[in-house]
Design a protein around this ligand. Structure first.
Ligand SMILES: [Zn+2]
Length: 168
């Protein structure tokens, strides 16, 4: 039986509304359920890059240290995909503000991160650099990758509909 996840809509909106291309807020949940697929294949090197980032403990350190970790991940992902995506950090990055103003300028390959230092937000915006405007593809790529590389954090996002941890 496939695992079904539901997500706290507020948490989901937190990282879905980053680029101005999202679906209406009340569609987030419906779009989320069904996109998790533990058999999803990633380009060779992707999982390794993000696992290495996870091991670098991106939640730790001051803003400068965190920025360096995100830049290192971006460099690794760029190398895997042969891309030249850049990242900038808004003045309010790594504060407790919403990361919802984070965005990706797809045409120029720029990610701008805003508000809370959020791994899943970064992955979501990189997915737009990779896959373009399609919100579904961006969510699918980033959330499956997040689940595989930050399983405990992912489980905190996922609930079984009663605010309990996800069951697998
Ligand atoms: Zn998006």
């Amino acid at each position: 039986m496939p695992t079904r996840y539901s997500i706290n809509p507020d948490t989901l909106a937190e990282f879905l509304q980053g680029d101005g291309t999202v679906l209406p807020r009340n569609n987030h949940h419906a779009n989320w359920v069904g996109l998790i697929n533990d058999d999803m294949k990633f380009k060779r090197g992707v999982l390794k890059a993000v696992k290495r980032f996870a091991e670098s403990k991106p939640y730790r350190g001051n803003r400068e240290a965190k920025e360096a970790k995100y830049r290192a991940l971006l460099a690794d992902l760029n190398a895997v995909y042969g891309l030249d995506v850049n990242v900038e950090f808004d003045a309010d990055w790594d504060t407790d503000k919403s990361s919802g103003a984070s965005r990706c300028y797809i045409a120029t390959g720029y990610i701008v991160l805003s508000g809370r230092a959020s791994v899943v937000t970064f992955l979501h915006e990189f997915a737009h650099a990779l896959h373009g405007f399609c919100e579904r593809r961006a969510v699918k790529w980033s959330m499956n990758l997040y689940k595989r590389t930050f399983p405990r954090s992912f489980a905190k996002l996922a609930t079984n509909g009663n605010n309990h941890m996800a069951t697998q």
